[in-house]
Ligand binder design. Structure first.
Ligand code: AVJ
Length: 316
């Protein structure tokens, strides 16, 4: 048995389970990044606009929590950093002393962000780390700075974990931080189910294309023969549990071959693959999660509609 790439191993494992599933983390290849940009630009996808509004006006609140201490502004999954630049602008205008330390797995994203930051604020200390979250946090844990840390985990990425996984992730994150350090996490709040469903079930089909790209990626990278036209995107939102779930449903029986991996997978008619969960939270659930993961809840920063919360916690 040849050693499988992490992607191949997870595809085979997830499609061997009952019910079948694939992790949404594999959505983001080059094509997936572009499709996600299209999702963020569409009117139904309110999350990005809400968080931009929050960042545009939360500089003073964050600086008052930081209370004048020099700090490291650490951003998990910085991407193009476009929302964070609103915070940086307010922090600099207020004379705050801080180092900007974006973390991203993509070297390309870090390079582009570096050019932008150097051009806009040539004097801002900029120390990026190109690595996955935990490798980067490990490195930060070894650095000797006495700066307070403000860690940003924006974008509702926490929603791609179920509740138990979210707690585990946040607990693990805390183990790299020191008492007094701050964590800001983006949570999509429970709201009118119609609003949530529309954000993941757009009439233009951007979300469907984004999800189907996962099967296309398996074809491209693992030599599989998924017939994309035989799959349809199906979205649900459970207003009690708060999970939006995305499925890809087979519209007839089919067998998919992965010749490179010497493997094939059969699907019954209407069999579904669960490809994403986007968990929504109540304010009460956010407080409970903070406590369960070992943090002290400090404050929710919300948009004017009360649709999204960037929740600020302190390491106890
Ligand atoms: C990037 C994880 C926040 O769950 O809302 C958007 C991804 N999926 N539309 C989300 C996504 C379908 C998004 N996150």
């Amino acid at each position: 048995m040849p050693t499988l790439s992490p992607f191949a191993a997870e595809v085979i494992e997830g499609l061997s389970e009952q019910p079948k599933r694939l992790s949404s983390k594999w959505f983001y290849d080059e094509r997936g990044d572009a499709l996600f940009q299209a999702i963020m630009a569409m009117p139904e996808y309110y999350l990005t606009d809400c968080e931009r509004e929050i960042f545009q006006r939360s500089g003073p609140a964050l600086l008052s929590i930081i209370a004048g201490r020099p700090f490291d502004l650490i951003e998990l999954g910085a991407g193009d950093g476009s929302k964070t630049q609103h915070l940086i602008e307010q922090f600099l205008a207020a004379g705050a002393r801080f180092v900007y330390r974006p973390i991203d797995i993509s070297a390309n994203a870090i390079d582009l962000l570096g050019d932008l930051i150097h051009h806009r604020w040539p004097l801002l200390p900029f120390e990026p780390i190109q690595a996955d979250y935990f490798t980067a946090l490990n490195r930060l844990g070894q650095s000797k700075t006495d700066h307070l840390r403000l860690v940003l985990f924006p974008g509702a990425n926490i929603g791609n974990f179920n509740r138990a996984e979210a707690e585990k992730f946040l607990r693990h994150l805390r183990s790299f931080l020191r008492p007094g350090d701050l964590l800001l996490t983006g949570f999509d709040l429970k709201k009118d189910p119609a609003t949530i469903l529309a954000a993941y079930n757009d009439p233009a089909g951007h979300t469907a294309a984004f999800n189907l790209n996962l099967l296309a990626r398996i074809n491209r990278e693992l030599g599989a023969d998924f017939q994309l036209s035989a799959w349809k995107h199906w979205e649900t939102y459970d207003p009690a549990g708060g999970a939006a779930r995305s499925f890809l449903v087979a519209d007839g029986p089919q067998t998919v071959h992965l010749p490179d991996l010497d493997h094939s997978i059969t699907f019954e008619a209407y069999e579904a693959i669960c490809v994403e969960i986007s968990q929504k939270y109540s304010r009460e659930e956010i407080r409970a999660l903070a406590a369960a993961a070992g943090y002290t809840f400090v404050q929710n920063l919300e948009d004017s509609r009360g649709w999204f919360a960037d929740s600020v916690w302190r390491v106890s």
